[in-house]
Design a binder for this molecule. Structure first.
Ligand code: XUL
Ligand code: CO
Length: 437
């Protein structure tokens, strides 16, 4: 059974190609910074958007048909999604997928039945994986959709809800390990608050950390050697979410002794919702040794919510890849946590969307490699801090001076000269020059 029979295998044809079903920039074999793009760019398909989301929004119902010929909410449909998903990934040369527990199977009233379904479906996926190089990038538990999680999961005021969340995390970890997952994600969708009037923030944060510690202990006990990730997001659905941005999440992990097992999964549109650029949250993660994985998408700066669009902005993709290359690559990958726009409701659109996303990130990586090779930006930054290489600057860096000595130095010196120009406009022109030469 083929779901996408009219769509060919997507091949690299180069920038001159006008074939809508070909890559223009993503040449898997092209070497960038010493490695082929297929290794530099472990792309992943998001099960929920690609095989699940059908266009429903706050004002209207589905526009796309993602029944794959079956009745939705059945195990037959869940298996048809596996078949469609694998056909889709194979046609695009995508080697990873990411899932929530309830993306894979319909949730039953009784968790024992949901878990039985997860066992059955993950067996089915394992069968499908045979003879392919497709694997799980990361798994997660959906602890935000069901009404029981209205006040959070780890942060819920209800100990019973906490237990239910723990049960879901345990099973999602089992399935992640079974499917060869590189990572396990905590996205604290409802770990936050609507009002401080009813919220004990310290208590809630301690409980979230407890749940994470329990997950680490269990994960390691069943042989999970990958990274756990926090995926920061400042708001939506909650008014305030505790994992506000990378800096906040890293502080939380350190405070509760979780920083050895966790890294960041940075999503572009979440960073911009926090008032940062995508590059900012990547940089903050990287300098703290915590850049793990990326949820690849982009937001719409004219809208105040998470639009999860496929990446199209080459500047942002270039600066993203600049951070990734500087950090020595990702231990995770690039998961397209992105969805086609509601009026793009056909199967062809799903392919166009992934071609766009993969080409944008490939182009970004090629250009970031050229920026690094060009060297003008790195050299500028290096020179900008040159006053710390010798003399008093070197002593400050080495921790060899007291405040008193610095004050005495300043007395001798008089007023310092202005620091060198920031040259922002020049550096921006260098970026354009590398992008468009
Ligand atoms: C929501 C979001 C999630 C996480 C996984 O904004 O990004 O899909 O990636 O739960
Ligand atoms: Co995400």
């Amino acid at each position: 059974m083929s779901y996408f029979a009219n769509i060919p295998e997507i091949k690299y044809e180069g920038p001159e190609s006008k074939n809508p079903f070909a890559f223009k920039y993503y040449d898997p074999e092209r070497i960038v910074c010493g490695k082929p793009l297929k290794e530099q760019l472990p792309f992943a398909m998001a099960w929920w958007h690609n095989l699940g989301a059908a266009g429903t929004d706050m004002f209207g119902r589905d526009t796309a048909d993602k029944s794959f010929g079956c009745e939705k909410g059945t195990m037959e449909h869940a298996k048809a999604k596996v078949d469609a998903g694998f056909e889709f990934m194979k046609k695009l040369g995508i080697r990873y997928f990411c899932f929530h527990d309830v993306d894979l199977v319909p949730e039953a009233d009784d968790i024992k039945e949901t878990n039985r379904r997860l066992d059955e479906l993950s067996d089915y996926i394992l069968e499908k994986m045979k003879g392919t190089d497709i694997k799980c990038l990361w798994g997660t538990a959906n602890m935000f959709s069901n009404p029981r999680f209205m006040n959070g999961a780890g942060s819920s005021n209800s100990a019973d809800v906490f237990c239910f969340a723990a049960a879901q995390v345990k099973k999602a970890l089992d399935i992640t390990v079974k499917l060869g997952g590189r990572g396990y994600v905590f996205w604290g969708g409802r770990e936050g608050y609507e009002t401080l009037l009813n919220t004990d923030v310290k208590f809630e944060q301690e409980n979230i950390a407890k749940l994470m510690h329990l997950a680490v202990d269990y994960g390691r006990s069943i042989g999970f050697t990958g990274d756990f990730y926090i995926e920061p997001k400042p708001k939506e659905p909650m008014k305030h979410q505790y994992d506000f941005d990378a800096a906040t999440a890293i502080g939380f992990l350190r405070q509760y002794g979780l920083d050895k097992d966790f890294k960041m999964n940075i999503e572009a549109n979440h960073a911009t919702l926090a008032g940062h650029t995508f590059q900012h949250d990547l940089r903050i993660s990287a300098i703290n040794g915590m850049l793990g994985s990326i949820d690849a998408n982009q937001g719409d700066m004219l809208l105040g919510w998470d639009t999860d669009e496929f990446p199209f902005n080459v500047y942002d993709a270039t600066m993203c890849m600049y951070e990734v290359l500087k950090a020595g690559g990702l231990t995770g990958g690039f998961n397209f946590d992105s969805k086609t726009r509601r009026p793009s409701y056909t199967f062809e659109d799903m392919f166009h969307a992934y071609i766009l996303g993969m080409d944008t990130f490939a182009l970004g990586m090629i250009k970031a490699g050229e920026l690094i090779e060009d060297g003008r930006i790195d050299k500028f930054v290096e020179d900008r801090y040159a006053s710390y290489k010798t003399g008093i600057g070197a002593k400050i860096r080495a921790g060899e001076v007291t405040l008193k000595e610095l004050a005495a130095y300043a007395d001798e010196m008089g007023a310092p000269a202005l620091p060198g120009s920031g040259r922002q406009e020049y550096l921006e022109s260098v970026v354009n020059n590398v992008l468009f030469h």
